[in-house]
Structure formats: C-alpha cells, structure tokens
Design a binder for this molecule. Structure first.
Ligand SMILES: NC(=O)c1ccc[n+]([C@@H]2O[C@H](COP(=O)([O-])OP(=O)(O)OC[C@H]3O[C@@H](n4cnc5c(N)ncnc54)[C@H](O)[C@@H]3O)[C@@H](O)[C@H]2O)c1
Length: 440
C-alpha cells in the first residue's frame, strides 16, 4: 500500500479528512451537509458567491436541507463555503457536483466538469482523492479527468486517487436521502475504488463498489434511461387508451396488483428536471460515437416530448365541449414545478404547455405554492403566480393540473372549477364532479 493511501485511509477512519464539494446545488449541498454531520471538516466551493455567503450565514437554499441543520454545522465549525478555489489544496477528498446540461444539439456539455477539473488540476497534491458525481457519459472519468490529473506529473494510486460515484438524490423525497440511498462507487483503478468506498462508507448506510468508473457512470444512465423509457411507454399507453376510450389509470392500477413482473409507471404532462430528459442523451451520444444507435432512447424522447401538446389538445377538447374556443379563454395552470413538492422549474413541461396555450390566444395564469414567477423562454413572457381563491378557480374557463403538489385540496378545487384537465390523477374518487374532469 502506498504511503499516501495509508495516510488518507487513516485520516478518513479518524474523520480527520477534509472534504471539499465543488458545486453546491441540489446534489452538492445535501452531500456536503452529510459529510459535516458525519464529523468531517467540510468546505463547499461555489462560483455563485450568493450561495457561498448563504451557507456561511448558516442558511439553506435547498428545500430538502433545513436551515437549522446548516446553521448547526456552521456553528460547530464543520461546514463552510468559499469562492476561493486555491483552498482546494487543503482538501483531502474533493467531490465534483457541477451541472451536466446538454448543448442545443443535445450533445453532452461537460464544460462545467472541465472548469471544475482545471481548478483541481491547479491545486492537486499527493494524498488527494478526487471523485466525480455529476451524471455523465461512460468514460468521462477515465478519458477526461485522468489525463488532466496525470498531466500534473502526479501518479494515480501512488499520489492521487480518482473515482466516479453517481448521485441518486431525489429532491422532495421524504423517505430516501443521501444517507439511506445505497452509493455506487467505481474507481479508475481498484485502489481508487477502495479509497472512495471507504469515504462514502463513513457517511452513507451502504456502498456498492463496482469494477470500474465506466460501470458506475453507465449505472446512473441506465437508471434514468429505464425511467425515461417506461414513462414513454405509459405516455404512449395514455394516448392509446384515449383513442380506445379506456381509463389508463384504472388499467395501470389493475396491472399493479400483480405481485411480480410489473412495476407501475404513470403518464404525465411530459418529463422535466435535470435528469430524465437529459441523461439518456449522454448514453446515446456515447453509443453513437461508437456507431451504435440507441433506439429506445430516441423513441422515448419522441413520445415524452409530445405530451405537452397532448395536454393542450385535451384543453381544446374540454373547452370545445363547453362551446368555447381556446382563444380568449381563461386557463389556470395548477403546479408548474417539474414534479411535486419542489420548486425546481428546469425543463418543466408546464412551460411548454403555457406557451402553447398563449400562442393560441388563451389568457393563462398559474398557481404553485413553491414557485412565485416563471420565465417563458420561447416568447420572453414573465408570469407571476396567483394566490388560490374561490374567485380565481371559478372565473377560469379551464383548470389544468400539471403538477400535483401534496398540499392542494383537489376536491375543493374541482368543486369550484368549471372544467378540470387532470394530467396527474389527482381528482380520482371525486365522483360527484366526474362530468367536469378530463383525465390524461
Ligand atoms: N438534481 C437532481 O435531482 C440530481 C439527481 C442526481 C444527479 N444529478 C446530477 O448532479 C449534477 C449536479 O446537479 P444539481 O441538480 O445539483 O445542479 P445545480 O444546478 O442545482 O447545482 C450545480 C451548482 O454548481 C455550481 N457550479 C457551476 N460551475 C461550477 C464550478 N466550475 N465550480 C463550482 N461550482 C460550480 C452552480 O453555481 C450550482 O450551484 C448534475 O450532473 C446532475 O445531472 C442531479
């Protein structure tokens, strides 16, 4: 065992290792706080000074992380954040949690990973473990990070260690969090995998070590592609059942009674967030580089991306039943975040639905307990959310449930609405109002 490996493992087991997390968003901040709670001296590295300042004031800006937790750790001097990347040198473990968006062409944009890696490269010293957590195509850790770190002259496994570990956090999930979700770890070498597994073992309940960084990278992409494809399947089923006049939700509920071989997925207004709409493209892009066309991925994307238009079709159909055109009708959108109980608007299908309705002449309003204002990139409009009231609901010609946040009383909403387009099955069981409801 190299002297550097031994020293690092000793520091980790004594919880003396200093942990730096680069990028303090939905993924990085919960991870950083978990290390602080695990007794490690934890420092966040951010390009956004406002986020670093908030942490240092003891404030959280991520709904899943209570401010009290941040304040307690800052008070205990185990948690802090900085925009000074020179302090990366003082860290024993550095974990990269920066965004991995797509370019307009739907090719991977690893520029944030490159920017973070350049800062790390400039500070790399013997005895450091670098881990990439950002979701990315298989090969990124080996082909992009390793050459950059090797270029410093330091040697893998003797001087530094390098691994990939996918993040599986599910914002808004009350049952599963950073600590109780099994952590998959793959190293660019066996030694790196061992060291990285020990680090995560110090803060999470279970670590699953795989044979390479590529397997860990592909594992994350399989998880999200699995979801994109299955959501695509039920979205297609929803449109198929609509054509055949069958209740999709009842079909799925019945199939879900089978105790094996079936896992329910539900249709919706389209996919959103930073993961499901983007990550499968990282896999298909890499496959295409090797001459392989990933057909399930493109088919799922095609089906899922049609859903916002399908919702607008349902609005048109519902208004038509009431002898009203979309043009000039008041449409109230309920919930605009991409999923329930969070404030994340990234890739939210609500945006496309509202833009399309506006282009058809509808007067659109929205209510979302987590979102105050939205910006529609397609037409440049800004829209402020409205408070929920009997007047707002009863004056709307149509209410569209896009995101079903838990704290909304759908019985009350449906009672006061003229027409409800329900994309989430939130109004199931409201038998007295069935004639007002159109379900996806
Ligand atoms: N949000 C999720 O639910 C989720 C779940 C699993 C995996 N992921 C993956 O995790 C990664 C991060 O996602 P996120 O949702 O936390 O993104 P985010 O946008 O919430 O946070 C990223 C943070 O990184 C900062 N940043 C950007 N460039 C930086 C740099 N060079 N140095 C330091 N900080 C920098 C940004 O200011 C931002 O605060 C992505 O690859 C994403 O696909 C996200």
């Amino acid at each position: 065992m190299s002297e550097n490996k031994k020293k690092l493992l000793d520091k980790i087991s004594a919880h003396d290792a200093r942990v730096g997390v680069v990028g303090l968003g939905y993924v990085g901040l919960p991870l950083l706080v978990e290390f602080a709670r695990g007794g490690f001296n934890s420092t966040g590295f951010e390009v956004d000074a406002k986020k670093a300042e908030a942490i240092n004031r003891g404030e959280s800006y991520i709904p899943d992380i209570p401010t009290a937790q941040v304040a307690e750790m800052v008070e205990a001097k185990r948690l802090g954040a900085t925009t000074d990347f020179a302090q990366l040198k003082e860290q024993d473990v550095i974990i990269i949690c920066v965004p991995t968006p797509l370019r307009k062409t739907k090719d991977p944009d690893v520029s944030y990973i490159l920017a973070a890696s350049e800062k790390i490269q400039a500070c790399l010293r013997p005895g450091q473990l670098i881990i990439l957590e950002s979701t990315t195509y298989p090969g990124t850790t080996d082909e992009v990070l390793k050459p950059m770190l090797d270029a410093t002259g330091l040697k893998l496994d003797e001087d530094y260690f390098l691994a990939f570990s996918p993040e599986r956090v599910d914002p808004g999930n009350e049952k599963f969090n950073t600590k109780n979700i099994t952590k998959v770890v793959g190293g660019v070498s066996e030694t790196s995998a061992q060291v990285a597994s020990v680090v995560y073992g110090a803060i999470v309940d279970k670590v699953h070590t795989v044979s390479s960084a590529r397997v860990a990278e592909a594992c994350k992409l399989l998880e999200n592609t699995f979801r994109a494809v299955n959501i695509g399947l039920v979205n297609e089923l929803a449109r198929l059942c609509d054509t055949l006049g069958i209740d999709t939700w009842e079909v799925i509920a019945a199939a879900a009674t089978k105790p094996f071989g079936f896992m329910p997925f539900y249709p919706g207004p389209g996919i959103g967030g930073h993961c499901i709409p983007l990550d499968p493209h990282y896999l298909s892009w890499k496959a295409r580089m090797h001459g392989f066309e990933a057909r399930f991925i493109s088919l799922a994307e095609e089906v899922n991306s049609r859903m916002p238009d399908h919702v607008v079709d349902l609005v048109t159909r519902g208004l038509n039943n009431h002898r009203k055109p979309v043009n000039g009708s008041k449409v109230l959108i309920m919930g605009v975040a991409y999923k329930r109980d969070i404030d994340d608007m990234r890739e939210s299908p609500a945006l496309g639905i509202i833009e399309k309705l506006q282009s058809l002449g509808a007067e659109t309003q929205f209510h979302d307990p987590y979102v105050e204002e939205i910006h529609l990139e397609g037409n440049g409009h800004r829209l402020r959310g409205i408070a929920l009231s009997v007047e707002a609901v009863s004056e709307a010609d149509c209410v569209v449930i896009v995101t079903d946040h838990r704290n909304i009383d759908y019985a009350w909403l449906t009672e006061h609405a003229k027409l409800v387009i329900d994309t989430r099955n939130s109004t199931r069981g409201l038998n007295d109002f069935e004639d007002k409801i159109i379900r996806l």
